[in-house]
Ligand binder design. Structure first.
Ligand SMILES: [Zn+2]
Length: 165
């Protein structure tokens, strides 16, 4: 790959269920429900991983970390993000910036966003101001509005590493 910049987009969904922990953005949120999934079901980290993989045209998270593989059962998605960043580095790129939006009714994300940015930026070795985390409800409509599930979207801009030029 020789482009100075590459862009990637990622999207992820998880069902919400009683008796599960709610991990979003690498941290555990206080809530009565949690996300269902093979891993810790961190919807935001999965969307970011998919955006990063897309930017270097390396498929998606399901291809690299299949939910049929017991090695990834209940795995901390921060490990998946770290591994994904290794793919990006190997391809000769580094994170320019990440923009993301989490879609859920409850809990409010705003108080948690600074901690999420800190966790994500540390894993990716970038400044916190390179990681944007936004949130929206779906105004009570659809599966998000009924609190049956959550979604996250992420866009990532990668910059070619100078030492790989
Ligand atoms: Zn996921």
């Amino acid at each position: 790959m020789t482009q100075p910049f590459r862009i990637g987009f990622g999207i992820d969904f998880h069902q919400l269920a009683e008796g599960r922990a709610l991990w979003i953005g690498g941290i555990k949120l206080e809530h009565t429900k949690g996300a269902l999934g093979h891993s810790d079901a961190d919807v935001l980290l999965h969307a970011i991983c998919d955006a990063m993989l897309g930017a270097v045209n390396l498929g998606d998270i399901g291809f690299h970390f299949p939910d049929t593989d017991d090695a990834f059962k209940n795995i901390d998605s921060k490990i998946l993000l770290k591994r994904t960043n290794e793919f990006v580095t190997k391809a000769g790129y580094q994170i320019g910036n990440i923009d993301s939006t989490i879609c859920l009714e409850f809990p409010k994300i705003k108080p948690y966003a600074p901690q999420m940015k800190k966790v994500i930026s540390e894993i990716l070795s970038v400044d916190e101001n390179q990681v944007s985390i936004k949130a929206t409800t779906s105004e009570k409509m659809g599966f998000v509005g009924r609190e049956e599930g959550i979604a996250a979207y992420a866009t990532v801009l990668l910059m070619q590493n100078n030492d790989s030029l």
